[in-house]
Write a protein of this length. Structure first.
Length: 372
């Protein structure tokens, strides 16, 4: 019953913030229509607070630690929806706050400019990432691995992606990547093939197939843009404030005052972008739990637990390999996470949940059928 209430509340928070955003952007979509902010501030704020309440309530009632550890798929879905609502609601508050400060017309222009600045590098990375990843890690097709991927994909009821071995990655790892130009891939390192066989390897592949099935690359691209857009909005306001406040003549006192206001608003937005980025990272960790559930679905929770335990044992045994991950600029491609299972800066900045939390979540899936 508690799980259903959480799910309903999370869906309600998402519906509220979407309604507010549609209303807020109505003047841009329909120029003849005027949509004053008015009480919609309160509605968006209520949706935002509702989403935060779900995120706080879920671990208190169900989690092993204060940082959310879903105790089942219903709680996981509630947490994912609430996190997405919180990110969108935060963006809505930023847009409406700016429209009150500098007007809707200027705000909409700045938002569009910030979207362009944030989107271009992300779009390039999304479109050409398979080409770059294959080149960096020496990913090559392997018929035997392709056969395993085909079998697991058939079990999952989905079209199999291309299976490749990352020949230049010696550490145990597996990752999924895709683009409209080059298709979908599942890569497994030679190190992973040496420690995971049979159902454990199939569980790892099922985890990566889950990322493709759940459209995680696209979802994280979209939500990753939001803090970037807010960051660029903050930078634009800061530059405007610095330029305006540089006027020192008596006739420009108002302009200097506005400049200081813009400067402070820009700094505030950059701080907000960092906070929202933490929420996006939390969403990434929740999506990893969801992919784990898919790996357990196509094999078993025990097989997925076995694979994760093997990874943990390897990296605890070989500290050099663990250090290489820690120093890597591409941590998001590693299935293994270095964070400890407590609230810490290390975990808050991680894209993957700690192994202990992943295993605790998988243990909860043994209680019934898995729908992922």
């Amino acid at each position: 019953m508690k799980e259903k209430i959480l799910l309903i509340l999370s869906l309600a928070s998402l519906a509220l913030v979407f309604a507010v955003l549609i209303y807020a952007f109505a003047p841009g979509l329909f120029p003849a229509y005027y949509a004053p902010v008015g009480a919609w501030w309160l509605l968006d704020l209520f949706g935002y607070m509702l989403s935060m309440a779900v995120l706080v309530t879920a671990p208190v009632f169900f989690g092993k630690y204060l940082s959310p550890t879903p105790s089942g798929l219903s709680v996981l879905r509630s947490s994912m929806i609430a996190t997405m609502a919180g990110v969108i609601g935060g963006f809505g508050l930023v847009v409406m706050g700016l429209s009150e400060l500098i007007g809707w017309e200027v705000t909409s222009q700045l938002v569009m400019l910030a979207v362009v600045f944030a989107l271009l590098p992300s779009l390039f990375s999304w479109l050409f990432s398979p080409l770059l990843i294959n080149l960096i890690y020496g990913c090559k097709p392997d018929p035997e691995l392709q056969g395993i991927v085909n079998n697991v994909a058939a079990r999952a009821g989905m079209k199999p992606p291309k299976a490749v071995i990352a020949t230049r990655m010696k550490e145990p790892n597996a990752f999924a990547y895709s683009s409209p130009l080059f298709g979908s891939y599942v890569a497994v390192s030679e190190g992973m093939l040496s420690i995971a066989r049979g159902q454990a390897l199939e569980a790892v592949i099922g985890h990566e197939l889950g990322h493709h099935k759940h459209k995680d690359n696209t979802i994280m691209l979209i939500f990753g843009l939001i803090p970037s857009v807010i960051y660029f909005l903050g930078r634009f306001l800061m530059y405007t404030g610095i330029y305006s406040s540089s006027y020192r003549y008596d006739g420009d006192r108002d302009r200097r005052g506005n400049g200081i206001l813009f400067l402070l608003a820009g700094i505030a937005l950059i701080v907000i972008s960092v906070i929202i980025q933490l929420a996006v990272l939390a969403l990434s960790r929740l999506r990893e739990h969801y992919a784990d559930a898919h790996g357990a679905k196509v094999t078993s929770p025990d097989a997925m637990i076995s694979a994760l335990a093997s990874l943990d044992a390897f990296y605890n045994r070989y500290r050099v390999a663990k250090a290489r991950i820690d120093d890597s600029k591409l941590k998001m491609f590693f299935i293994y996470a270095l964070a400890e299972p407590f609230i810490s800066l290390e975990e808050l900045l991680a894209t993957h949940p700690p192994i202990e939390k992943r295993i605790a979540f998988l243990e909860s899936l043994k209680q019934g059928p898995i729908e992922a």
